[in-house]
Design a binder for this molecule. Structure first.
Ligand SMILES: O=C(CO)COP(=O)(O)O
Length: 255
């Protein structure tokens, strides 16, 4: 079964009304792609979700960057799944390395929020990935599998249909130091193997695994060719018109 390539743009804590106009309304809405070959999702900061959902054409999915594990109440500053549903936001990123590092999100908390989001009808881009010292200590797959297990432990087999895994080696994020296609493929293949062994062969075959970390218009073509790379989660380059070139590279893979 072919997995549909999925390109996500994680704006992180960047953006403005002006960017929504130039990037979403003009550049992305003006570009065209075959939705049977590629899925496109943009993830602006929470305060701009409503504006982006309203500005973006329907074939662009919109994603939050985080949610909380309760629907409402005294949780100052947090984002409810109900808010997203009311706005027509279909996705959330969870477990991004910046959330894990700066906001101390633990593996189990990411797993809990992943299950909660899916139970409430959202689709989830769940992020995993090792830090540089972990790679250097040969801990890459051990770290990825530990983070993956916490997600898998929280999910039923059916819920995997709503999950995309983003493999984002922390040393490649925002550094300009992209993983080579071979390095990325090796980890993606291992992740798929882990899913086959610990969830099911069907889930392993169907689950899309995005690569994230300094993806740009120049390196995306070679990365996209690798058999276990089913998409990208793009940071910096998703704020620029070159994001369209990354979408086109993904579309070409399915052609
Ligand atoms: O963290 C990322 C996407 O979630 C990757 O960011 P960069 O593409 O800026 O390295």
């Amino acid at each position: 079964m072919a997995r549909k390539f999925i390109v996500g743009g994680n704006w992180k804590m960047n953006g403005s009304k002006a960017l929504i106009k130039s990037l979403v309304q003009e550049t992305l809405n003006g570009a065209s792609w075959d939705t049977s070959k590629i899925e496109v999702v943009v993830s602006p900061p929470a305060v701009y979700l409503d504006a982006v959902r309203q500005a973006a054409k329907p074939e662009i999915g919109v994603s939050a960057q985080n949610i909380y594990s309760e629907r409402s109440g005294a949780y100052t500053g947090e984002i409810s799944v109900d808010f997203l549903k009311e706005l027509g936001v279909e996705w959330t990123i969870l477990g991004h390395s910046e959330r894990r590092e700066y906001f101390k999100e633990a593996d189990e908390f990411v797993g809990k929020k992943t299950a909660f989001a899916i139970s409430n009808g959202l689709k989830v881009i769940a992020c995993i990935g090792e830090k540089l010292h972990e790679r250097e200590a040969d801990q890459t797959t051990a770290v990825c599998f530990r983070q993956l297990k916490a997600i898998a432990d929280a999910l039923t087999p059916q819920q995997w249909a709503s999950v995309v895994i983003a493999y984002e080696p922390v040393w490649a994020i925002g550094t300009g130091k992209v993983a080579t296609p071979e390095q990325a493929q090796e980890v993606h293949h291992a992740i798929r193997g882990w899913l086959a062994e610990n969830v099911s062969a069907e889930v392993a075959e169907a689950t899309r695994i995005q690569y994230g970390g300094s993806v740009n218009e120049k390196n995306c073509v070679e990365l996209a060719k690798k058999p276990d790379i089913d998409g990208f989660l793009v940071g910096g380059a998703s704020l620029k018109p070159e994001f369209v070139k990354i979408i086109v590279a993904g579309e070409a893979k399915s052609a």
